[in-house]
Design a protein around this ligand. Sequence first.
Ligand SMILES: [Zn+2]
Length: 312
Amino acid sequence: MAAMVTRALGLALLLLAAGCAAEDPAVVEATPPHVCDVKVDGATIEIGIERGKLDLSEAEIQRWVESGARAVVAYYGTFPVSAASVSIHAVEGAGVSGGVAYGEGKPSVSVDLGAHTTRDQLDADWVMTHELIHLAFPSVDRSQHWVEEGISTYVEPLARRRLGKLTEERVWADLVEGLPQGEPQPGDEGLDRTTTWASTYWGGALFCFLADVEIHERTKNRFGLDDALAAIRAQGGVITASWDARRAFEAGDRAVGVAVLVPLYDKVRETPVTTDLAALWKRLGVEAHGDKVVFDDRAPLAAVRRSISRGP
Ligand SMILES: [Zn+2]
């Protein structure tokens, strides 16, 4: 099965299993004992592991956390906070089955790891990166929860791509499969007013994608969404801060010198907006063939496509 189907499906299962909300009381668990630290880009990440139940060694888990943190650094240019903690809870089965990020007190991430997870499964995992990306954006009102999830959903594969974990073809094939789920469904009322899984995760990701393309196009690839998000973080917009999403978008727009995030937010927050994704793939030079894609470098936005998936 294609990695992307697994990922799209995995995202749904992850939400069902644990939710991703920073304050979901259902997933509050006892903190496992502190086992080791990783240092990434000057930040210290304390790792707690529920000992004695996992097939994987502590060193393998440590490398997994470090790889997720390095992906975040590859996208944001720095690790978003100077100190964080990651708790690994052992659960039945194999694979990463749930995750959540917290902003109260010390920035922290909690992930459920199957007792019989293999090293290959850890290497292919995206959940750790998704959760660590949450540390790099302020906590927002529940109505704007889609912004937090949309950023983590959209940025995670681009961040892992910059680390060489995914090919450009995989990144775009995943977007072609995933993003249509973010289109409004009958009865949806705009992203601030719709709380379905599809609109929260993929509606938010579609917002990020449209903003990224527009920033790249209007700045002739000088800037992208990564620059806007890095500026939001640099101005203190991390998970321990409570902001209105509009404040973050204003900071992002200022940083890239074009008004993209605020106008797009005003367009989609209360009204369902449909995107002509087929036309956009054509302009970007992305042709889908089954679960694979081929690129057309003569397409008008081919340079935008390359800039988005290759980074600076
Ligand atoms: Zn999340």
